[in-house]
Write a protein that binds this ligand. Structure first.
Ligand code: G1P
Ligand code: ZN
Length: 543
């Protein structure tokens, strides 16, 4: 085995976004590309000498090759131990759990989350901290800074590790522990939820569909739902992770999880349906004939979490990303617990969870989670719903409608304009930003603007400030729209328009969502002019 120091040069654009560094797979496979970024990561955390890490990914194309390179680089950088999921597989929440369980110095997760996989699709790398959560901005900035000055990286030359073989192997002085990717995670779930009660639910004939979208949650969902909870075999579909996700776009929303949606809206729909994304941190929840928006899901879970053993003591607080609807805030207020509004991206929840200020967190982008790990967790959300369904013995439809009756309804939708020319997207954002000071007090579509700003967040735990996090236009009565640029796209610029309209009830709670939001959609176009400037007739994706 030979220790090599390979000369290299900085490669432009290695700036981690909302969730790690995400690029086209071919870019990642380019000369020194992965190596530079990994070395910069080790350098930015003060080196890997004597440290231990968790490593795994969502199984997409290049996952296995990248894992071998990272292992050889970890050994060359003096790491003591790397815990790897068998086949280099680990869901993002399972990786977060393993970091915490084994008290490692962090972890490297290979994933571009919900982006399609394949040679011509996307790949990604993210670094997680010893608390199990995504690296905060200070660390990602430090990594980026290193990528701009890097002149060499360290790697050993050796044979591939057999990542299919459970057990410990070595590269030089470094241990490589290949573990079952599911076991520890499944035990964690069993410690949080009432498995006997949920088993009884399935034994009573309750039917569910879980669409793993050929991504990493297949093995997790099969083990937990079918093997441990006794759901009938075949409850989990698309359960084998594939390098190209079988051509599926593993993004659990009504557009991409259309097979699930068709079944759930069909005549013989099961009681409960769910899907998760490429790396298993996102979830979509559907009842028979009824879709649950992620913002509503967070609110319902917050109101009902105490029904699950792991949350019986109550919640410390609820945190949501700024563009997520305020539905959860209403629950937090009713419970008399803290509520927090953070910038987009799970990393902003870490401090609140660590400090014990929040127990549940959620994002409108199909992300929900709790303090059991430091990532959002798709399967966890599905299991909490199942636990609530088992406990309340009511349908998803009944639970959701009762929720709106009690708290009012925040009609909500996100409209994405994808792959716009960067200059055009910037011009749209800057155009609106430049008028913010004049907007309060003006009336658009019969609605009076109460406030208009560019969201800045001061972390209540460490005082750090993140500005420029999205333009908020709030109207009187609790309705609003938000505009921000995506930080995860790999092509051009994507504008996300988040629309929200609050109806206190008891009337007006049953409308079709886009219809209920129509005045807000018109107001957003009148003020931001996305369609006018881009020439697009409609958004590319509506969730
Ligand atoms: C998107 C979502 C965001 C989520 C992130 C990673 O980021 O909007 O909520 O945390 O993916 O899953 P965006 O592309 O909007 O920056
Ligand atoms: Zn994801």
């Amino acid at each position: 085995m030979q220790l090599l120091t390979i000369p290299t040069q900085p490669i432009e654009g290695q700036k981690p976004g909302t969730s790690g560094l995400r690029k086209k797979t071919r870019v990642f496979m380019g000369h020194h590309y992965l190596e530079n970024f990994i070395q910069a990561t080790f350098d930015a955390i003060g080196g890997a000498e004597g440290k231990s890490f968790v490593l795994g990914g969502d199984g997409r194309y290049f996952n296995d090759r990248a894992a071998q390179v990272i292992l050889r680089m970890a050994a060359a950088n003096g790491a003591r131990k790397v815990i790897v999921g068998q086949g280099a597989l680990l869901s993002t929440p399972a990786a977060s759990h393993l970091i915490r369980l084994n008290r490692t110095d962090g972890g490297i997760i290979l994933s571009a989350s919900h982006n399609p996989g394949g040679l011509d699709e996307d790949f990604g790398v993210k670094f997680n901290m010893p608390n199990g959560g995504p690296a905060p901005e200070a660390v990602t900035e430090a990594i980026f800074a290193r990528t701009k000055v890097i002149d060499s990286y360290r790697i050993v030359e050796t044979m591939d590790v057999d990542l299919m073989k459970i057990g410990t192997q070595v590269i030089g002085n470094m241990e490589v522990c290949v573990i079952d990717p599911v076991a520890d995670y499944a035990s964690l779930m069993e410690s949080l939820f009432d498995f006997p009660k949920m088993r009884a639910l399935f034994a009573g004939g309750f039917r569910m569909r879980f669409d793993a979208m050929c991504a990493v949650t297949g093995p997790y969902a099969t083990e937990i739902l079918e093997n441990r909870l006794g759901a009938p075999k075949g409850t989990v579909t698309h359960g084998t992770p594939l390098p190209d996700f079988g051509g599926m776009h593993p993004d659990p929303n009504p557009t991409w999880a259309h097979e699930l949606m068709e079944e759930m809206m069909g005549p013989d729909a099961p009681e409960f349906g769910a899907a998760s994304d490429g790396d298993g941190d996102r979830n979509m929840v559907v009842g028979r004939g009824i879709y649950v928006s992620p913002s509503d899901s967070l609110a319902v879970l917050a109101a009902n979490a105490h029904l699950a053993p792991g949350y019986r003591a109550g919640l410390k607080g609820v945190a949501r990303s700024m563009p997520t609807s305020a539905a959860a805030d209403r629950v937090a207020d009713a419970l008399g617990i803290g509520r927090y509004e953070t910038p987009t991206g799970w990393k902003f929840f870490g401090n609140l969870l660590d400090a014990g200020r929040a127990t549940l967190c959620g994002e409108e982008s199909f992300g929900t989670g709790s303090d059991h790990v430091r990532e959002k967790d798709g399967l966890w959300a599905v299991l909490l719903w199942l636990n609530v369904l088992a406990e309340r013995a009511e349908t998803v439809h009944e639970i959701l409608h009762q929720h709106w009756q009690s708290f009012g309804r925040n009609y909500y939708s996100r409209h994405d304009y994808e792959a716009l020319p960067v200059a055009q997207a910037d011009a749209i954002m800057n155009g609106l930003r430049g008028r913010l000071a004049d907007l309060p007090g003006q009336t658009v579509e019969g609605m009076r603007i109460a406030s208009a700003d560019d969201f800045a967040y001061e972390d209540p735990v460490d005082g750090s400030v993140s500005s420029g996090q999205g333009i908020r236009i709030a109207f009187e009565g609790g309705s609003r729209f938000v505009l921000r640029l995506s930080g995860t796209g790999t092509e051009g610029a994507t504008i996300r328009l988040y629309l929200e309209r609050f109806i206190p009830g008891p009337e007006g709670l049953e409308d079709e969502v886009q219809k209920a939001l129509a005045p807000m959609i018109r107001a957003a176009e009148a003020l931001a002019g996305i369609r006018a400037a881009s020439g697009r007739a409609a958004p590319d994706v509506v969730t």
